[in-house]
Ligand binder design. Structure first.
Ligand SMILES: Nc1ncnc2c1ncn2[C@@H]1O[C@H](COP(=O)(O)OP(=O)(O)OP(=O)(O)O)[C@@H](O)[C@H]1O
Ligand SMILES: Nc1ncnc2c1ncn2[C@@H]1O[C@H](COP(=O)(O)OP(=O)(O)OP(=O)(O)O)[C@@H](O)[C@H]1O
Ligand SMILES: [Mg+2]
Ligand SMILES: [Mg+2]
Lengths: 253, 253
């Protein structure tokens, strides 16, 4: 029974793709069967697997023009459904479908043999992001310590709460994940203080966080995840810790 | 006669908002009359001016439910048309308008008393970004030295070329602007090498670039631009240089 997890944040550059890639790789390292889904027309996740211009992709899968199984590519024991650079054209058609928020859920409900399905959202709260929340059991919000990050978080939690109330009763927040975290900087410390004082956030943050680590940026340039590229790096250690924390939360799956 | 400039990059976190804010402030410092437009439902630019929940905003202006002049807020000698957190709902209505890519152009064509109108795009190549390209005289692509940044750039240049060919003959690239640039890092050097070897990029980059500078991140937390917050910082120097370079290119306006 797959645990479907949406990696979501409409703020750009907060480590969604880096998290999808390396959390997925960490879970696979621990022995879980993992499927990754690239929901972003930028295709950063697909490119990290050296996939360019695939004939089958998430766009035509969601519109039932292709089967999920036909779109899946296996790279180093991880399955991925890639995106495509003209995904916006498919998004437009998806928007005009009756029940347009349920298309991804319909696809995933038929495909149950993974332990974890992880969905990389684009920097938006539009149709594709909402589809991932409707299809998900839980969602992770990767966040950088920067201005207005917490105001942005409020909007994401609001959208997720609407989805949970109207379309997906099971949806829950798996956790907020601080990324590129530098505890000794002014912003880092302001964030730690903000979280300690904000009781709405109690229990919502992962215990672990992902530190700033250039290896996380370098790995995809070689078509690798952090465990292949730099297995003893901070990035590898940090993502493995998050994977373990996640499994403790949901681990019966 | 206003020079309208679109600040565009569908990749997240590449300094679009930081550039709109501080390039705008630099031009104003040099004596130009500047209007900023926030096209992003995240409202990072509006928040940098301490504007939250405005009754008039770019969404209802583009749908002709409000006049541009009613939506303009003046803060420290810079005019800004703010965005609103539910801009996606307006975007949906904009998408259903006949001639939907021309709505922003129509608005700006009636309002000619600025030297520069600078438009902050969301991380997308959707309707709002395309509206800004149709309305613009030129566009700037702020880019970070990171994986696949140049592939992403190709897509932006393609979209801009389609807009130029079909909807806006005057559109030109003002320049590619490297931001958060660290010349001594592996990625920084790879970028410099890539640019030197890639003849398609000849003459397309700004001579100047924006260095990594934490002051650029801190300033909006205080509702300030870099010239108010840290006038002798690298960020201030770098953005002023870009403003001067821009004026030399277009300076007759
Ligand atoms: N912990 C980290 N340390 C150093 N660099 C990082 C870290 N996490 C991510 N990065 C880098 O930051 C940039 C943005 O990360 P990423 O692409 O994962 O964010 P994103 O949220 O997916 O962006 P987008 O909103 O465009 O989809 C990338 O260049 C990435 O390599
Ligand atoms: N030169 C710089 N030095 C240091 N930090 C910077 C610099 N430029 C931008 N930043 C920081 O990087 C983050 C992303 O910048 P910004 O919000 O301007 O990008 P953006 O392209 O507008 O993002 P989005 O795609 O979400 O709209 C912000 O926290 C910002 O303060
Ligand atoms: Mg991404
Ligand atoms: Mg922005």
């Amino acid at each position: 029974m797959a645990k479907a997890i949406s990696i979501i944040n409409n703020k750009g550059g907060t480590g969604k793709t880096t998290t999808t890639l390396n959390l997925g790789a960490a879970l696979q390292k621990i022995g879980k069967k993992v499927l990754l889904i690239d929901l972003d027309s930028q295709c950063n996740l697909s490119n990290a697997f050296n996939i360019q211009n695939p004939t089958e992709h998430i766009g035509n899968v969601m519109l039932s023009k292709s089967e999920l199984s036909d779109a899946i590519i296996n790279v180093n024991n991880i399955d991925i459904v890639p995106s495509v650079t003209n995904l916006l054209e498919f998004e437009y058609m998806i928007n005009n479908e009756p029940g347009r928020e349920y298309l991804l859920k319909e696809v995933l409900d038929k495909n149950n043999h993974y332990d974890y399905v992880i969905m990389d959202c684009p920097p938006s709260l539009g149709t594709l992001a909402i589809n991932s929340l409707v299809a998900a059991d839980s969602y992770i919000v990767p966040m950088q310590a920067e201005n207005f990050a917490f105001q942005g978080l409020d909007r994401i939690l609001e959208s997720a709460e609407k989805v949970q109330r109207r379309m997906n009763r099971n949806l829950e927040l798996a956790g907020i994940l601080m990324v590129k975290f530098q505890p000794r900087t002014k912003f880092g410390q302001a964030v730690v203080k903000n979280i300690a004082q904000n009781h709405n956030l109690d229990g919502k943050l992962f215990n672990g966080y992902i530190r700033q680590d250039i290896s996380l940026m370098e790995a995809p340039a070689f078509g690798q995840n952090i465990f292949e590229y730099a297995p003893s790096s901070r990035g590898a250690t940090d993502y493995l810790n998050i994977a373990k924390e996640l499994i403790l939360k949901y681990g019966k799956a």
